[in-house]
Design a protein around this ligand. Structure first.
Ligand SMILES: *Cc1c(COP(=O)(O)O)cnc(C)c1O
Length: 366
């Protein structure tokens, strides 16, 4: 069977280095807020190009903490609006609503599944304080126009970079395009930990200080609490593992890119709509290879029968979720179409040529 994502194989690629690190942390007797965390934070800052990185417990917390930081700074307050794509993973929306902010859904561009920047301005009101862009499936979304809107209306640009570590825009890394960015190192992400982990990157020193305190009970000095914070830390074990894997992210992303290129050039089936390869190939790190097809269930069943595992990212748009009853009756036809038709094919840094060829052959026979 061709697995959707062979995590075991991915991590075994770095077995010796990771096991050495695990043993080192285990023997050190120091498990939180130590050298592994500082070292990983510095490496990630250097890789992304930002002045600050704060390791946190997961990707959702990273986004929650950014918005909470802006609330503590007085830049946002409860009831303010944040523009967000209507076809994202639920965590982007949870981060907004959890802070008492209001998500305002903006339809995506059907050609790249990212927020349609041309539809941003019409959604801005006097309450709009930020835009949460999501580099969905690993594809960068950014433009000079977006920067202009943010400047003109004094909006913070927050990047949900959970799926796009290593992607770029005009030579700059995602995570360094807006005012602050949230990363997830959930095991299945391009840079995955051995459990939950996340980070915030920013060039804003004040925001960085506040988030660091917020993530540590709202304390910047032991037993002195300046905010009603939470406990959201990146532990030494995860930081150590991430430090090892970060060294190989470019190599691994480039393997994903090769597979995506092959899929796009060799898959030929009139029933299937393929993703587009961006003109600047650095604008995509292919976290997911997402195709669209009218009778998705049939294709998925056929692929399963032929030994190919697929997943759906994601079957239900956020506004149709039971958790958000108040928005269930809203209509976002492009998002709804996407959520109805998408199917993700296997892609990973450990997929072999033979496996890629087999997927192509079987998909073409459908
Ligand atoms: C994975 C993901 C998150 C959440 O990250 P966790 O580490 O699972 O909390 C947020 N946004 C997007 C787009 C994601 O894919």
């Amino acid at each position: 069977m061709i697995k959707f994502l062979d995590l075991q194989k991915i991590n075994l690629t770095h077995q010796d280095e990771i096991e050495k690190k695990l043993s080192h942390v285990f023997r050190s007797g120091w498990y939180l807020m130590g050298q592994e965390l500082s070292a990983f934070e510095s490496s990630l800052s250097q890789y992304i190009g930002t002045k600050h990185t704060i390791g946190v417990a997961n990707g959702l917390d990273a986004l929650r903490l950014i918005l909470r930081g802006y609330i503590e700074m007085g830049i946002m307050q409860k009831g303010d609006e944040i523009l967000v794509p209507s076809n994202t993973y639920i965590a982007s929306i949870l981060a907004i609503s959890d802070n008492g902010l209001v998500p305002v859904f903006v339809e995506p561009d059907i050609n790249n599944y990212n927020i349609d920047i041309a539809k941003i301005e019409e959604n801005i009101t006097s309450k709009t304080k930020g835009i949460l862009i999501v580099h969905l499936y690993g594809r960068t979304v950014f433009s000079d126009k977006l920067k202009d809107f943010a400047e003109k209306y004094q909006l913070k640009i927050i990047e949900d970079n959970a799926q796009a570590i290593g992607a770029e825009w005009k030579g700059k890394k995602t995570g360094n395009l807006g005012d602050a960015a949230g990363f997830s190192f959930y095991p299945g992400k391009n840079l995955g930990a051995l459990g939950d982990a996340g980070a915030v990157t920013t060039n804003d020193e004040n925001l960085a200080k506040i988030i660091r305190a917020l993530a540590n009970y709202g304390s910047d000095q032991k037993y002195i609490n300046i905010y009603q914070g939470l406990n959201s830390r990146l532990d030494e074990i995860q930081a150590a593992v991430l430090g090892v894997k970060l060294k190989y992210i470019d190599e691994e992303n480039s393997t994903r890119k090769k597979i995506a290129r092959k899929y796009i050039s060799k898959i030929s089936n009139p029933k299937i709509i393929l993703p587009l390869f961006p003109t600047d190939e650095n604008e995509h790190v292919w976290h997911l290879f997402v195709i669209r097809v009218q009778n998705r269930e049939k294709l998925q069943e056929y692929l399963t029968e032929n030994g190919i595992q697929t997943l759906i990212h994601y079957p239900i748009p956020p506004h149709k979720q039971k958790a958000y009853k108040e928005w269930n009756s809203l209509s976002f036809p492009i998002s709804e179409k996407i959520h109805e038709e998408v199917l993700s094919l296997p892609i990973s840094p450990v997929m072999t040529e033979e496996e890629t060829d087999k997927v192509i052959e079987i998909v073409n026979r459908f």
